[in-house]
Unconditional design. Structure first.
Lengths: 130, 68
């Protein structure tokens, strides 16, 4: 199978999953999205194995690394700022701001912890003394 | 600023007008990477550099040049 055909089928499967999940959520069928997503992922994996040409290489990983780093930096800072703002707003008001703020603050802290753990792991794997 | 230039396009044509697909398949990378290399938008790893040079049967320095 060529990469072009694989991409076409991948798009079709993603559309089918999106429509199935959204319509089942609207219809209140909570048990449908999980098997649909699982079957879709399995089919995509099988299709990917049938592609003969190289579809992921070092450039793909380098792009993903940079995009991941950008997402982490922007996401962590934005989440922390929003959390601080909500906590400040919710301190004296009887709203859910402080609850959401605390949740976001923990999410930002968790993200930082995952990044740090990942950094240490890769630093050890790739050598050096960072 | 990319300081590493390459002769991939010329080498492809010198080798029987080898297509980007063929070079990608033989070097074990994607066609998009070959396109990016020819447009000097991407600097490959040393390993990929060696693999590309091996496809053309030349030394790495004949494919890639570092500009001071």
């Amino acid at each position: 199978m060529s990469y072009k055909t694989y991409r076409m089928w991948k798009t079709v499967i993603v559309i089918i999953i999106a429509v199935s999940v959204s319509s089942s959520v609207v219809a209140g069928l909570a048990f449908v999205p999980v098997p649909v997503a699982a079957v879709g992922a399995a089919v995509m994996l099988l299709l990917r194995r049938r592609v003969k040409e190289v579809i992921i290489d070092e450039r793909t990983y380098r792009i993903a690394e940079r995009a991941g780093r950008l997402a982490f930096q922007v996401g962590a800072i934005a989440t922390a700022l929003i959390a601080a703002t909500l906590l400040a707003l919710g301190r004296d008001a009887d709203t859910a701001f402080d609850t959401v703020g605390i949740t976001l603050a923990f999410a930002a802290a968790g993200l930082l912890a995952i990044y740090y753990a990942g950094y240490l792991w890769y630093a050890r794997k790739l050598g050096g003394e960072d | 600023v990319v300081r590493i230039r390459n002769n991939i396009r010329r080498l492809r044509f010198d080798h029987g007008e080898m297509t980007q697909e063929e070079l990608a398949a033989r070097a074990g990378c994607t066609r998009q990477t070959i396109i990016a290399l020819e447009q000097v938008k991407y600097v490959p790893s040393i390993e990929l550099g060696f693999r590309i040079a091996r496809v053309f049967g030349v030394n790495v320095e004949e494919v890639f040049q570092y500009e001071e």
